[in-house]
Design a protein. Structure first.
Length: 496
């Protein structure tokens, strides 16, 4: 039978508050202290020159994460944005009074600033010998440790700040995300794309078929929705003469949660006049190969679920949607079958089919459940059924399909791209012909803009959250979002 650890968190809280009270009574308030740092931890360590101990002075700051006292000297480590660095505090250097304050007043979790010189210990670790230190923030609650860790998975997301302090894996993964976004921006700007911002509050939820969040604008006395897509405003800019535009922004869809879905998510959408979906193929292939090289330092990543190495440097597969369906069903004549025959075929594959579904929805269920999860290597799935997207051009060789691709990697759709529809009359017809779950609201102002003339263009969307799942090996979309949506703690506790 395992021993139940004592609950000392409340006692530690009281002890730390007592220390703070004593400091204030002595005339020092740590929450009013400051320090001018010269380097982050990694930068400081990079300054050290072999054999030149104590030659370089630095000022660093961070949170105390290890604490080892050895009589008249102490080795501690602090953690900042870049990582950890070891500090050496010695009574003979600091003086007995200041060293005593350090030993008596400081606890794990406190934030301190230190000025000192660099040296290398006998074990080869670059360390700062402290000439002076300042307590910058007193941690009134202890950090999670062996007995009081973040054992509740939901608590990891609810108190993400603690997760990032104590969990190196989370810290590393969520540090990669801004580097990915930064690389995307640089990549597109180097190719003369302009980054723009479009409205989050919109009168029509257009550009996709999804349930929106609704709100009310008091000053205008008008109901609005939070956008579900960036697309239609970016295309208005194509009309305006912005030939290469992109936006990285939040979309909001009042729908379900899953490993790959979050109601609030980040999208990159990019549009290039005088291009098409083939041009977008080149763009996304170049973007992802350079991203892996420059951010991850490799062209191969491990796909956790399958154990395969995903090779971004190898040739990327191109395959037609219809060919994948024929292969999965074993039926060369699938697309000449009736809806009832399609329903029976899907049922044979073990799939649920709702009687209310349209014919194309049955076929797409096969793609979503039986095909897409098995496409691990980068795959361009071409020429999807026209019912799936009204915003793309009809394929001239097969008018039942559209000029699009879906890029699937690691069993997930990462980026759809279109040869954008710029004929206002055909665009209206395609909106009106939509059916089933793909039906979306018609944005009359967007159709009006098309009548002024939009150049032929390629357009593409990249789910930033899914891209981060793929490139970091995360298990869930929640693991790549700093603060995912959660039910309020009080409501969750009441339901439990």
């Amino acid at each position: 039978m395992s021993e139940t650890p004592p609950d000392i968190s409340h006692d530690q809280h009281a002890v730390r508050r007592q220390k703070l009270a004593e400091m204030r009574a002595g005339g020092f308030d740590p929450f009013r202290a400051s320090v001018a740092t010269t380097h982050f931890s990694t930068e400081a360590k990079a300054l050290y020159v072999e054999g030149q101990d104590y030659a370089q002075t630095v000022t660093v700051a961070g949170r105390l994460v290890t604490f080892r006292v050895q009589g008249g000297s102490s080795f501690v480590k602090i953690q900042d944005q870049q990582g950890q660095i070891q500090l050496y505090l010695k009574k003979d250097v600091l003086g007995e009074e200041r060293y005593g304050v350090f030993k008596k007043s400081l606890d794990l979790g406190d934030i301190i600033g230190v000025t000192g010189t660099l040296f290398k210990t006998k074990t080869g670790e670059i360390t700062v010998r402290a000439d002076a230190f300042t307590l910058l923030s007193k941690a009134l609650r202890p950090l999670p440790e062996k007995w009081h860790g973040l054992s509740d998975p939901e608590q990891v997301y609810r108190q993400r700040y603690l997760d990032l302090i104590v969990n190196e894996e989370s810290r590393k993964r969520l540090m990669i995300r801004p580097k990915i976004v930064s690389h995307i921006r640089r990549f597109l700007e180097e190719r003369l794309f302009l980054e723009v911002e479009t409205p989050v509050l919109q009168s029509v939820a257009g550009g996709a078929a999804a349930r929106p969040f609704q709100t009310h604008h008091n000053a205008l006395n008008t109901d609005f929705v939070l956008r579900i897509s960036l697309e239609l405003y970016l295309k208005r800019l194509l009309v305006a003469g912005y030939d290469r535009v992109f936006e990285i922004g939040r979309n909001f869809r009042n729908e379900g949660l899953s490993r790959k879905h979050n109601p609030e998510f980040t999208m990159l959408e990019v549009y290039q006049a005088y291009s098409d979906h083939r041009g977008m193929m080149t763009l996304i292939r170049d973007l992802l190969t350079t991203l892996c090289r420059d951010v991850l330092g490799t062209s191969k990543i491990k796909h956790a679920a399958s154990g395969q190495d995903i090779d971004f440097g190898a040739p990327w597969r191109e395959v037609a949607y219809k060919d994948l369906i024929r292969e999965a069903t074993g039926d060369a004549d699938w697309f000449s079958r009736s809806k009832d025959e399609h329903a029976a075929g899907a049922a044979k594959l073990g799939l649920f089919v709702d009687s209310k579904w349209e014919d194309f929805e049955i076929t797409n269920e096969i793609f979503s459940k039986k095909i897409e999860p098995n496409l691990i290597q980068p795959t361009f799935v071409l020429n999807l059924p026209k019912e799936l997207c009204p915003l793309a051009k009809i394929n001239q060789q097969d008018p039942t399909t559209i000029d699009v691709f879906e890029l699937v990697i690691g069993g997930m759709e990462i980026a759809p791209a279109y040869s954008e529809q710029n004929d206002p009359d055909v665009q209206r017809q395609m909106f009106e012909a939509q059916a089933g779950e793909e039906k979306q609201n018609i944005d009359e102002d967007f159709l009006l803009a098309l009548e002024y003339g939009m150049p032929p263009a390629g357009g593409m969307g990249v789910g930033i959250d899914r891209l981060c799942i793929l490139l970091t090996g995360a298990e869930s979309i929640r693991d790549v979002i700093l603060f995912p949506q959660l039910r309020p703690a009080a409501a969750a506790a009441a339901e439990a």
